[in-house]
Design a protein around this ligand. Sequence first.
Ligand code: F6P
Length: 324
Amino acid sequence: IQKIAVMTSGGDVPGLNACIRAVVRTAIFNQLKIVGIQHGFEGLIAGDFVPLHAQSVSNIIQLGGTMLKSSRSELFRTKEGRLLAYEKIKKENIDAIVLIGGDGSFAGVNAFIQEYADIPFIGIPKTIDNDIAGTDVCIGYDTALNTAMEAIDKIRDTAESHERIFLVEVMGRDSGYIAYGAGLASGAESILIPETKADIENLENILKKGWNRKKASLIIVVAEGDENGGAYKTAEMVKKYMPTHYVGICILGHIQRGGSPSAADRILASRFGYTSVIALLEGKKNIMVGIQKNELCFTPFEEVKKQHLQINQSTLNMLNALTS
Ligand code: F6P
């Protein structure tokens, strides 16, 4: 291979720029030409390419967002969209692509490679939700977790001063990773996640017990994907349990997707970016880079699926002990 491309697809996360930098620097170090595909698959379909040099990625390792922009593309889900993408790849003489994306992007590319087998892809997992199988951790999760934790710490200050109850809703469309991590790290009284029902069954008990033993504030962290309907619906329930209390709601939302990446995310992004280009040079293709037990590993795209947070009895026992 002589010329590769790099792109970011799906929801952005902190650490994308650090990853793009690693891909570009490794490619150039190995005498490869490299272009950026802008605006994700939408940009690929439109032929939106930009040449990249070592200098193009200077001073970006610390920046949130993605210098290449991103999109969630409906068009790439269609045969027509994928044909247009293939034509643009051939016209630009691109030999291989590094795709920094999530499980949706990898499913899209898996459909593409069934139709056009001559373009090798290497995937790099990123999502603040951390719910991609084949890796213990995805780029962006650590920073999002810290953002959520810092926000909850601040809400705790005001909740304590005014002796209030707060529900804090964090992101996680189908996944409780952020809620679980940020809730644990901030000492939340209760954590509600899509992976278990035991948390909601215990909520009234936890709140009443906390108040009876004169806690000055109660914080409930709710994953947006929690089946009880997120913070607003859960607040209705809490008001029934504690009718005389102030019950505040704070939705953290997209604040969790931005900001300067943590050291852990920069390091992970750099390792994944470097490894993706080396994998291409070694002739590997159509696999996602991951990290398991601190060892880099690869998973074929067709095996990449959603990963679910494992909440077993010993985790529930721990949460019970720490929240009581
Ligand atoms: O998948 C990452 C994520 O941030 C989810 O937690 C959230 O539900 C979703 O993306 C929001 O997507 P969008 O930015 O397109 O609204």
